[in-house]
Design a protein around this ligand. Structure first.
Ligand code: AMP
Ligand code: MG
Length: 339
């Protein structure tokens, strides 16, 4: 791990190693699309001919995101996930391919993060009022104990051959920490299928880029920082075959009696995280993985999180609160992008 020295003037630039092999610029121009999904906004920029029929492209994008919501939303009572959460103990549930893919990735991240990331934390999320039913007060100890007893990724019994999941009894899934990233990946897949190879897809701040713009330049994005003013030099990343996702309590929190609580829960003690991390950004080929790992490292915190990112070779940046300011820690894999 290294402590990156943020200079107030220099712009730090991250370039993927594959950029040298970028295909020659395509013809056409950049088209922009926007919409709403998952309680936030999405945006897509893509390269296509001037005569692009926009309506089918918009429908493909919105349709992909609507599918993710219909399958994996905790906010939709009729989603596949909500129905699973209400199901009787001992029942098996065939999963759509996308749900299965996300759950398999979520379980792998849970295992590798030793339960810091946990897709079965739904009852804990509800107990704290971070789910669809907000609460004005903190949960009592008995309620928390019940919610903790219901959670645990080891209770997941997934039959890959049948793509079916067992409801062992009151297990409550929450895929909110990974579904946005998967939504980005699914949109990118649908755009590729339409022959739209060069695009930048964003859902609620999680991003994935592919190809280059008509002028041959990559899709440049600026990495999020909790305090753009005080955060030192902005980091620019060329999203060429790469995704980036950020998890941080500066984005969303719950306030009670003057105290701010993070929406991210440490499933190991059932409490909102409180180790002073403002944000974790992860760069990964897949946005689903970037999303899940940014949450996992956020739970692990600046010490254990940087250690695990180092061991697994994850490209991660930790923004840690220090008094009134911020300190940054980056993993070796992250630094290797810096030019
Ligand atoms: P993100 O912004 O991607 O870090 O996701 C935060 C959301 O994930 C929360 O609002 C909860 O719905 C859910 N969540 C909270 N804690 C965890 C956790 N430890 N593992 C997985 N999901 C979580
Ligand atoms: Mg996440």
């Amino acid at each position: 791990m290294s402590l990156a020295q943020a200079s107030a003037t220099a712009r730090r630039v991250l370039l993927p190693a594959t950029l040298d092999r970028a295909p020659p610029p395509l013809g056409g121009r950049v088209h922009g699309f926007t919409g709403r999904t998952m309680g936030t906004t999405w945006s897509v920029r893509l390269v296509a001919g001037v005569r692009l029929a926009r309506e089918p492209v918009f429908r493909a994008i919105q349709g992909a995101l609507d599918e993710v919501v219909a399958q994996m939303s905790t906010w939709e009572p009729g989603s596949t996930l909500s129905r699973f959460n209400r199901a009787e103990a001992g029942t098996w549930h065939p999963l759509p391919a996308e749900f299965h893919e996300v759950l398999a990735c979520a379980r792998a991240v849970a295992e590798r993060s030793d339960g810091a990331f946990d897709p079965t934390a739904g009852a804990l999320v509800d107990a704290w009022g971070f789910g669809p039913a907000p609460r004005g007060e903190l949960p009592r100890a008995a309620r928390l104990a019940q919610a903790r007893a219901r959670a645990g990724w080891r209770r997941l019994d997934l039959d890959p051959a049948r793509r079916a999941l067992l409801q062992p009894g009151r297990l409550a899934l929450d895929l909110s920490a990974i579904a946005k990233g998967f939504g980005v990946d699914l949109v990118a897949r649908r755009l590729h299928a339409l022959g739209l190879e060069s695009h930048l897809v964003e859902v609620g701040g999680e991003l994935r880029g592919s190809g280059v713009k008509p002028d041959g330049r990559p899709w440049w994005v600026q990495l999020e920082h909790p305090d753009a003013e005080a955060g030192g030099a902005p980091v620019l990343l060329a999203l060429h075959g790469l995704s980036v996702a950020t998890s941080g309590d500066y984005r969303r929190w719950f306030e009670h009696a003057g105290t701010r609580y993070s929406h991210t829960i440490d499933p190991r003690d059932g409490l909102p995280i409180r180790h002073g991390l403002a944000a974790v950004t992860v760069i990964h080929a897949g946005c689903m993985q970037a999303d899940a790992w940014s949450t996992a490292l956020n739970v692990l915190g600046p010490v254990d999180g940087t250690a695990l990112a180092g061991r697994l070779g994850l490209a991660a940046r930790f923004v840690v609160r220090r008094g009134a300011g911020f300190e940054e820690r980056t993993s070796v894999a992250f630094d290797q992008f810096l030019k």
